[in-house]
Design a binder for this molecule. Structure first.
Ligand code: AMP
Length: 283
């Protein structure tokens, strides 16, 4: 496995591999089993002939909260060990200064899917994600990229980005990896207090219960209300949103015959957790 910290270095490492299948996994580091599953999926997609590239870059441009950026865990040595174990061939680890010019003036905004859920509550977040991912795509020039469904809205927006900008990258979605108790793995979980860590699996439990209710015909508003009520009862928890939306448009579900998504964001103390569950199209 080779590492690179400058764009130039990575480009020259990849030069001899152009023409092969290049599968890319962008991350912000503090890698856990969720990231590892993306890397293993990338390895399987690339096969023996192709190559896997991962990036570890804590992108300041996508943070709408300075405290969240300042406290984001960083574990570069352990991250490299995870990449190595998962069969990654190249790791790109730039600094903010090597990624961005001080007077950068381009913005890249998606204007439909970004207006709801997390996008409505985190101004500039998805513009920052689109900017960094498009830059990374230009640097790595992958044929494929893998993103987790844990960040379902991000995945949908990036699919839209490559579609609308004709970026020749196939986007793959990877299933959410969870702790044994159901909590979705997240780099932010280490910042939970022991009490909040113990309470946090309630998110997934309430989503699973909601899915059953939805399948039995309970109206969307009532399904959401049950999840909100469950989370509201946990001390120190503030619900940011619980919404049942069309899984493709991420806007209001017009007909139950379409696949849906039940998405949650909640603050456990200072830590904002997100999770979701896909809901089947109802006949
Ligand atoms: P991040 O480092 O948080 O930017 O995440 C990098 C990639 O890992 C994104 O595509 C995330 O959706 C994905 N990811 C993070 N946590 C999980 C998880 N628990 N299961 C699956 N994918 C995940």
């Amino acid at each position: 496995m080779q590492t690179a910290s400058s764009k130039h270095e990575l480009r020259s490492q990849l030069a001899e591999h152009r023409g092969k299948r290049i599968v890319f996994v962008p991350t912000m580091g503090a890698l856990h089993e969720g990231h590892a599953s993306l890397m293993r999926q990338a390895r399987a997609l690339a096969g023996a002939e192709g190559i896997v590239v991962a990036s570890i870059f804590l992108n300041p441009v996508q943070f709408d909260n300075a405290g969240d950026l300042a406290t984001y865990p960083q574990t570069p040595e352990a991250d490299l060990a995870v990449c190595r174990c998962c069969g990654v061939d190249f790791v790109f680890m730039p600094t903010p200064d090597t990624m961005y010019c001080a007077d950068r003036s381009m913005v890249l905004e998606e204007n439909c899917l970004s207006n709801v859920l997390c996008g409505a509550r985190r101004p500039g977040h998805f513009a920052g994600v689109c900017l960094v991912v498009s830059k990374l795509f230009n640097i790595v020039q992958p044929t494929d990229a893998v993103f987790g469904k844990k960040d379902y809205q991000q995945l949908a927006i990036l699919r839209r980005m490559v579609r609308d900008l004709d970026i020749p990258v196939t986007i793959h979605g990877a299933e959410i990896v969870r702790e044994a108790d159901g909590l979705a793995l997240s780099s932010r979980n280490v910042r939970l207090t022991p009490e909040h860590r113990a309470a946090a699996p309630a998110i997934h439990r309430s989503l699973l219960a909601a899915r059953v209710q939805y399948e039995q015909g309970t109206p969307a508003a009532e399904v959401c209300r049950h999840v909100i009520d469950t989370l509201f009862r946990i001390p120190g928890v503030r619900v940011d949103y619980v919404e049942l939306v069309d899984a493709e448009t991420l806007h209001e579900l017009q007909q139950p015959s379409r696949p849906a998504l039940l998405a949650v964001a909640a603050y456990f103390g200072e830590v904002r957790l997100i999770d979701n569950v896909e809901l089947p199209a109802l006949s």
